[in-house]
Design a protein around this ligand. Structure first.
Ligand code: NAP
Ligand code: FE
Length: 369
């Protein structure tokens, strides 16, 4: 058996993770803090960060312009500002959007003079990204422990992932308390995203014994909480969810994701469906198509048995929790499927969908009757 596992991120997990390990926040002299409008404040994470920076005499600039599904151009603007203020490290605080954006900003800040699309060209990014710290406030993407930065292209309709071996956060502070302020709906959606990561990673041909263990741990914790459909999330549940999301982030750092991700991007970008729910719409299809292969069927059965359920229940519960109600004309479906046809990760599972099958799936879910 051959396998490797690489995780250059030091993860501090648990209540007060940042306060208890505050020295690890001091990566430079001026921090560029990347956030959305409200989550960094609502979660309490920004107050903890600025208190520690103040204690160490580290100056900082807060850039709170990151919208959901972060635009490449906002990251470009952030990178310019980070360089202008002389930042020598970056701290991302928030859900996947600010965390992903902080990776791109750290890359742009270190490579002044490149054009926005040059971020995807390794030859043009001559300097290593600035050191990065990630502090998640959602239990979903696992961005704190991987090197992916999912960005919205300037057309506003498509996403493209920036990946770089030096875009891993150096440190992640994962404190379940930072997710307490997340609404019920966003908690379900982000947990569905983490579940999609676990399942899609487990089925990926690139999975290894190490990524599999992370995926199975994540799936069990997530299923335990989600299958109860709780009206409220207790602190214990929130801890389970964020431990699982971080583990699932480690799993996809090895394997990447599968076709529910690109298929979901179109209804996120054009119809405003949050990322996790958009992926979960296609969870039943993902299971059903992969069950057509011998390998896929065996893997799905093993995954379901490990988490104490059946493929049939997963097919019902996951899209049910997403509860997405959209309907489109043939032209609207055509536009959405065309946007995803070029994505690489739809080939990352035992069953590889054809473009015709993508149309079939979209029609089955959404075609106006
Ligand atoms: P998000 O887009 O970062 O945030 C969604 C919403 O939740 C925002 O309104 C945000 O507010 C709010 N929010 C976040 N934390 C909160 C808190 N503790 N209390 C109150 N409100 C809070 O959500 P996400 O699902 O975590 O991230 C989705 C993005 O990550 C997508 O762009 C997706 O493509 C990407 N993604 C990346 C990876 C990866 O591996 N890197 C994997 C999957 C998905 P603010 O606007 O104030 O921040
Ligand atoms: Fe995701």
């Amino acid at each position: 058996m051959n396998a490797s596992f690489y995780l250059p991120t030091r993860v501090f997990f648990g209540e007060r993770a940042l306060i208890e390990n505050k020295k690890s926040l001091a990566l430079g002299k001026h921090a560029f803090i990347v956030t959305g409008k409200h989550s960094a404040i609502a979660s309490g994470a920004l107050a903890d960060v600025t208190a520690v920076l103040g204690e160490f005499g580290i100056s900082y600039t807060v850039f709170d312009k990151i919208q959901e599904n972060p635009p490449l151009l906002t990251c470009f603007e952030g990178g310019k500002l980070a360089a202008k203020v002389g930042a020598d490290f970056v701290i991302g605080i928030g859900g996947g959007s600010p965390l992903d954006a902080s990776k791109a900003i750290a890359a742009f800040a270190a490579n002044q003079g490149i054009e926005p699309m040059d971020i995807y060209d390794e030859a043009k990014r001559k300097n290593p990204t600035l050191p990065l710290i990630a502090i998640p406030t959602t239990a979903g993407t696992g961005s704190e422990v991987n090197y992916y930065s999912v960005l919205t292209l300037p057309d506003g309709e498509r996403k493209k992932t920036f990946k770089a071996s030096d875009a891993w956060p150096r440190v992640a502070f994962v404190d379940p308390r930072y997710t307490y302020s997340l609404s019920h709906g966003s908690t379900v959606s982000t947990a569905l995203d983490a579940f999609a990561h676990a399942l899609e990673s487990y089925l990926s041909p690139k999975s290894t014994v190490f990524s599999e263990q992370a995926a199975l741990f994540a799936a069990k914790e997530l299923w335990d909480v989600l299958s109860q459909a709780p009206a409220q999330f207790t602190p214990e549940m929130r801890e389970q969810l964020i431990a699982a999301a971080t583990a699932a982030g480690m799993a996809i750092s090895v394997t990447g994701t599968g076709f529910p991700h690109p298929m979901g991007y179109s209804i996120t970008m054009l119809d405003g469906i949050p990322h996790g729910k958009a992926c979960a719409v296609f969870a039943g299809d993902y299971i059903e198509y992969n069950e057509k292969t011998e390998l896929g069927k065996a893997r799905i059965a093993a995954f379901a048995a490990h988490i104490g359920t059946t493929p049939k229940l997963m097919k019902a519960l996951l899209p049910g929790l997403a509860n997405v109600d959209l309907s489109f004309t043939e032209e609207e479906i055509d536009r959405r499927v065309k946007l995803i046809c070029g994505a690489g990760n739809y080939t990352n599972s035992p069953y590889v969908l054809s473009p015709d099958e993508m149309y079939e799936i979209y029609r089955a879910h959404f075609l106006k009757k």
